[in-house]
Write a protein that binds this ligand. Structure first.
Ligand SMILES: [Zn+2]
Length: 199
């Protein structure tokens, strides 16, 4: 244990996802030795992101306005909606340039161990969107891991009753990882090779 402020910083950093005790300690000492100006910029960025950024009222993507720039873009195809877990997945799909529709960001995946069930995700919002718009196809693009698969299966089963075209990305994505780990070409191919999710 360190004295006072150093330990407090290590504890706070250690609460971030993917940061273990050793990384937290290394980051804390990096901050301690860094220029005052660099740290001021970091603090400003942290405060600003919490003040300015919110979630799109339509799709749940991050935005600084009421709706995100994809939902506001009238050139995007309103008949196809790609369902992803997080905003970072929107960025991953956008990078492929093979999708010109809209998105729906769930805010996670079904994970009983972590206490995340369908009610914790933006599934109700998705159903509302499907009720009152011109959506013809829903592409399920959850992560190629256990939680992502469970979420896609749940959604496919639920959407079956609505009579909408539901597709899933073709296989070939690196199994067990996040959508964002797939390179653009692989992810682009998975989009083009998508198949019906309703058997
Ligand atoms: Zn949006």
């Amino acid at each position: 244990m360190y004295e006072g402020a150093v330990q407090e910083l290590i504890d706070e950093l250690g609460r971030l996802p993917g940061i273990g005790p050793k990384s937290a300690q290394r980051l804390a000492f990096h901050i301690l030795e860094a220029d005052q100006d660099d740290i001021k910029r970091l603090v400003t960025a942290l405060v600003t992101v919490k003040e300015r950024v919110k979630f799109c009222s339509i799709c749940g993507n991050v935005t600084e306005q009421d709706t995100c720039n994809i939902c506001r873009d009238s050139r995007r195809d309103p008949t196809v909606v790609c369902v992803v877990e997080e905003s970072k997945d929107v960025v991953a799909v956008e990078r492929t340039r093979s999708f010109r529709g809209r998105y729906h960001v769930l805010g996670g995946a079904i994970n009983p161990i972590a206490g995340v069930g369908p009610e914790q995700l933006r599934i109700r919002e998705l159903l509302t969107r499907l009720n009152d718009s011109q959506i013809e196809e829903v592409i399920l693009a959850t992560d190629p891991n256990l939680e992502g698969e469970a979420t896609a299966t749940y959604l496919a089963r639920m959407l079956k009753t609505i009579g909408i075209r539901v597709t899933r990305l073709a296989s070939g994505l690196p199994v067990g990882g996040d959508l964002e780990y797939a390179d653009e070409i692989t992810l682009g191919r998975a989009f083009e090779g998508r198949r019906s999710a309703i058997g």
